[in-house]
Structure formats: structure tokens, C-alpha cells
Design a protein around this ligand. Structure first.
Ligand code: F3S
Length: 419
């Protein structure tokens, strides 16, 4: 890879050991993908934020202690815990202390403490065509496909290196020619009534990811007035069931206003119809829990937006969470502030809903809560839950999650079962 004299100085250690290491990692990455050069990026979203193993904490601390600092605006994905009120989550011991160490190291390097997996709904939102380096699969898919910014699927640790140097190797989705669709998917047999149901979109995303795998597809038939939250939930589910970094929704994806532009003049390699039957089958596969075993409703994966909270408040309508149930919602500290100021937080708390910030519900200490089974309105959460927590799970609409939380008995929606 061709490096400028300034870039070579990083490799020679002239900007310190942390910056040298970061540049060495980026150069190795670039050579692996046969990149010709490094390009500047305007911002970074770091995904290496959850305490999982000591090596992750030690790597971040090593960089911070060596004097490395972020050279571009850099925001953070969720921590493993609620960093502002960990006691409300019953977090203590190693999970708390290691999460704090990560927090301190990132703040020392100059990170913006966003701690959210929905960074595109607050804070540093990129623009069409902007070159960025984002981690977190749902955010990557959203940034490329809904905003039209350009990022590869940056893995943990690479994102930190990109933030220190402010550059990434030029390859993959940073290049126009690698952003064309290969596969044509068509929604067939969906009615307006089905599209009016928010619970469709996570399932659509889940099926999209399974069908597309690591290929870029153009998906025809999505309503043009699909909401940002439905696109968020589609992105999250798609990037959990497939290696999805970019999808094209003709007329919605900024660079793909027509079907022809999705394929950059090429012919689709393959055509596949996506039908309501496939959605109904996917929903069954995301349901592993016994009906009488759910005692937690987990919402906010990805982090809830203020509009989702408005809907949640309307569904609770002053009713209370059943004494045998727990209801968690996860969001960012920014949205939490809006909730507090609007009075919605008090309303939810009076209903017995627990709102947490900064964290990821897949990482919470479930053993301390004696959880037996979980219902979630996130297909991503339902897809990952058993493998990451060992707990059985089910996917359900937000309304059914609320009815389940209030009644203490699992409530299942009807529409998809009738296909
Ligand atoms: Fe966010 Fe955790 Fe879900 S990071 S997208 S809440 S799995």
C-alpha cells in the first residue's frame, strides 16, 4: 500500500506507540484487502465497548496510556451495563469494574459518551456519500443503506485504530463499484394492512439477511413512507441473520433511486421472491420459549427512539406491569433526557417499566433477575438471545410485549399465523 510521508511517520513511532500500533493494524488490514491507499474519514462509531474479555480492556487501556488520542469525532456503542445507574440493574463485581475501566480509557482518548447502538437517531449523523468508519452491525447497515454514507463492516479493535489515525484503507464499501447490488429480491403478496404493522419490518429484515447472506441485494416493494424506526429494525435484523453491510431499497436508499442504479447497469445474478409465508416461517423460528415461561419483556434493541417511547406509553395507557413480570427498555442517555423532560419517563415508571441507558440487554446480569424466558420486539435480540445468554426467547410485536407484561401471560399476535 502506498503511504504518504506523514503516514510513514506514524509507522516509525513519531506520534507515539499507540498511534504506531494503530497505523500498523490499518496498514495490515489494507494489505490484506489489497487497498492502494488510506483515505480520510470524518467520524468513527466504536463497537468495542462491551466488556467481554480482559484482552479488550487491556488493548484500549494500552492505547490510552501510550498517549493515543482520537483524531476525528468518535462516538461509542453500548456498554455492557447502565453506566449511570448500574445499581438499578444489580450490576456489581468484575462486570462493573471492567466496564468502568473501558469507560475511563475511552473518555481519556476523547470519545463522545453516546453509548448507543442507534447513533443515527442523535448525535453525529453522517451525510450522503460521507466516508466514515462505523462498527456495530445495525448501524453499519443503516448508515450505508438509509443514509448513503460509506463504511465497511469494521470489526472490534479496527474501529479504535481508525479513530486514532482518522483514516482507513480504501477498499470494500468505501468504493462506488463495490456498492452495486448483485441479487434482486421482490416482496410479493404483501397487503397495505401488512405494511401498516410495524412488527413486519424486523421479520422482513431477518428474512432479507438469511436470503442475501453476504451479497448486496436490491429489495423491491418496500413502501416509500416506511418510518426511520422500521428501517432501523429492518437493518438490525438483516445484519444479524446475514453478513449485511449494505442493502438497496429502490427509491429509499439515496444512491439507488431506481432499480437500474442499484445494479449500476448490470443484470441481477438471481431473482428471489419474498412472501408472507417466508415471514410467518421466520417468526416461528424466532420462537423457542414455552408459553408459560416468559417473565421478562425486553425492549430497545437497537436502543429505543423517542417515537418508539411515545408508542409504548400509548400502549400502557396507565396500566401496570404484572407482579410476576419484569419489563426492561434500553435507550441512550440522550433519549432518556428527552423522556425525563417530556414526563413520559414518570408515566412509564408508574407503570412499573424499567428504563436503562447506555447498555445492551443481551449483556445484563440475567441470573440476578431469575429470568426464565424473554419476549422481545426485536428480531435481532430474538436471533442472538439463546446463543449469548442461554435463555429461551420469542419475538413479538411491541403491542403484544406490552399485553404480555401487563397480563403476566404471553400474548401472541394473530396476523402472520393466518398466512
Ligand atoms: Fe444494541 Fe445490544 Fe441490540 S448493542 S442492537 S441492544 S444486541
Amino acid at each position: 500500500m502506498k503511504l504518504t510521508s506523514d503516514e510513514k511517520q506514524f509507522l516509525e513511532g513519531k506520534h507515539g506507540e499507540g498511534a504506531r500500533l494503530a497505523m500498523a493494524v490499518l496498514v495490515d488490514l489494507g494489505e490484506l484487502f489489497e487497498a492502494r491507499e488510506l483515505i480520510p474519514i470524518s467520524q468513527v462509531h466504536i463497537d468495542t465497548t462491551i466488556y467481554m474479555v480482559d484482552a479488550g480492556v487491556e488493548f484500549v487501556e494500552y492505547l490510552a496510556q501510550s498517549g493515543a488520542r482520537f483524531s476525528v469525532p468518535t462516538q461509542l456503542n453500548p456498554s455492557a451495563i447502565d453506566l449511570l445507574r448500574p445499581e438499578n440493574l444489580k450490576v456489581e463485581g468484575e462486570l462493573l469494574s471492567k466496564s468502568r475501566r473501558l469507560e475511563q480509557a475511552y473518555l481519556a482518548m476523547g470519545a463522545i459518551p453516546t453509548w448507543t447502538c442507534a447513533p443515527y437517531q442523535q448525535g453525529l449523523v453522517p451525510t450522503f456519500g460521507e466516508q466514515i468508519a462505523w462498527g456495530e452491525s445495525n448501524a453499519i447497515a443503516f448508515a450505508n443503506s438509509v443514509i448513503g454514507a460509506r463504511t465497511n463492516r469494521y470489526a472490534d479493535l479496527m474501529d479504535i485504530c481508525a479513530a486514532i489515525i482518522g483514516k482507513v484503507p480504501l477498499f470494500g464499501l468505501h468504493l462506488e463499484e463495490n456498492r452495486k447490488a448483485e441479487l434482486l429480491l421482490q416482496l410479493e403478496g404483501f397487503s397495505e394492512q401488512m405494511f401498516a404493522d410495524d412488527a413486519l419490518f424486523p421479520l422482513l429484515g431477518f428474512v432479507y439477511g438469511e436470503v442475501a447472506g453476504d451479497r448486496i441485494a436490491a429489495l423491491q416493494g418496500m413502501p416509500k413512507d416506511v418510518t426511520i424506526d422500521n428501517l432501523k429494525n429492518f437493518s438490525a435484523a438483516a445484519a444479524s441473520s446475514g453478513a449485511v453491510g449494505l442493502f438497496h431499497l429502490p427509491g429509499i436508499t439515496p444512491e439507488a433511486q431506481t432499480l437500474e442504479s442499484c445494479f449500476q447497469g448490470n443484470v441481477p445474478e438471481e431473482y428471489i421472491a419474498i412472501t408472507p409465508r417466508m415471514i410467518a416461517d421466520a417468526e416461528k423460528r424466532l420462537w423457542s420459549v414455552e408459553d408459560n415461561c416468559v417473565n421478562l419483556v425486553a425492549l430497545g434493541c437497537p436502543h429505543y427512539s423517542i417515537m418508539q417511547f411515545r408508542q409504548l406509553v400509548s400502549f400502557f395507557r396507565g396500566r401496570k406491569v404484572h407482579p410476576d413480570m419484569t419489563c426492561w427498555v434500553t435507550t441512550s442517555r440522550t433519549v432518556y433526557g428527552w423522556l425525563e423532560n417530556s414526563g413520559m419517563l414518570t408515566t412509564l415508571q408508574e407503570s412499573g417499566v424499567m428504563v436503562f441507558v447506555d447498555g445492551c440487554p443481551l449483556q445484563y446480569p440475567q441470573q440476578k433477575w431469575h429470568i426464565t424466558g424473554i419476549l422481545s420486539d426485536s428480531a435481532k435480540f430474538a436471533n442472538y438471545c439463546f446463543s449469548q445468554t442461554g435463555l429461551e426467547v420469542a419475538y413479538g410485536a411491541m403491542k403484544d410485549c406490552v399485553e404480555t407484561a401487563v397480563s403476566g401471560k404471553i400474548c401472541r399476535r394473530a396476523p402472520w399465523q393466518s398466512f
